[in-house]
Design a protein around this ligand. Sequence first.
Ligand SMILES: Nc1ncnc2c1ncn2[C@@H]1O[C@H](COP(=O)(O)OP(=O)(O)O)[C@@H](O)[C@H]1O
Ligand SMILES: [Mg+2]
Length: 353
Amino acid sequence: MSAVEVRGLVKTFDGHVRRRGSGDQVRALDGVDLAAAAGEYLVLLGPSGCGKTTLLRTIAGLEQPTGGEVLIGDQVVNGLPPRVRQVAMVFQSYALYPHKTVLDNIVFPLKAEKTPKAEREKKARWSAGLLGIEPLLGRKPRQLSGGERQRVALARALVRDPAVFLLDEPLSNLDAKMRASARDELRRFQERIGTTTIYVTHDQAEAMGLGDRIAVLERGRVRQVGTPVEVYDDPADTFVATFIGSPPMNLVRNGGALVGFRPEHLLPAEIVSGERVTMPLRVDRMEYLSGDRHVYGTVTGIGAETRVIARLPATVTVPLEPGETHGFSVAEDRLRFFDAEAGTRTDPVRIGP
Ligand SMILES: Nc1ncnc2c1ncn2[C@@H]1O[C@H](COP(=O)(O)OP(=O)(O)O)[C@@H](O)[C@H]1O
Ligand SMILES: [Mg+2]
């Protein structure tokens, strides 16, 4: 396994291919600095179009950067072709050959490298064994479920014994239930083989569940890197605050500042003790989700009315009725402050470097 680092990475594309005649440039990566330690599971999280795939392809050597450096295991690999980088990428589409069997799909990268036949098959069986797909080796991709195809794509990536795994939204073709179990499987698989993994997703729940650390990207830039707890509790800006968490962090304007607090920290005033701020909240409607009461309300007291969401656990039985206004409080140590214009934090970020 190897550490991976990118320094000042910039990638621009000619826009006129897609937007005919306009000739403008798309800046897919706008100065990205990021490092994954050897053996780390780093998740890249961001909305569609923010540059996640471009970043992975640039690390893999499938794209040449416009500026900056890519390092794999302390070596600058700019200009080196993909096959010598010891990187295996699993694509969003899996890119399996439909007419080849599972076995032939898995050995394909070894064939391309002219590995002897006996060794090829041995490695294929080893990786198929690790992923529990040995019984499927004779099938064609169309005879497999989405989850099985994903495992074949992983097995194919694994046979080359890569120093780094790059996974581009590998679960996005699975239904919600399959996704949860495949996520768990992927994580256990990585723990067993210990290979450095960079995993791309636009799904914040997936990122929170999988990552040792999460790098949040927006428009070709890294907004924050931290453990799941750090980016959740201590978001560096309003983008991270609202992209992570479902429902997202509440943001209420107070003068030139935005005050942020998570839905689970906004509670009926009578059950919050200690230092706190209290606001009148008009209850608009309620939803019940996995035992929690989600209260959709409007903060009426301070300047412009603001929609907020409170998430009350089932243990909080305070009666609330739509249309009624009730005092809600947030403990002071749960408040986060942001510049209303720039969106950046104005109070110190508390955890992590
Ligand atoms: N080959 C290309 N030519 C032109 N523009 C591209 C190309 N590849 C990606 N882009 C643009 O770069 C931006 C980032 O794309 P991408 O890395 O695919 O984002 P993500 O994977 O986060 O959805 C988008 O605006 C996309 O349209
Ligand atoms: Mg993508």
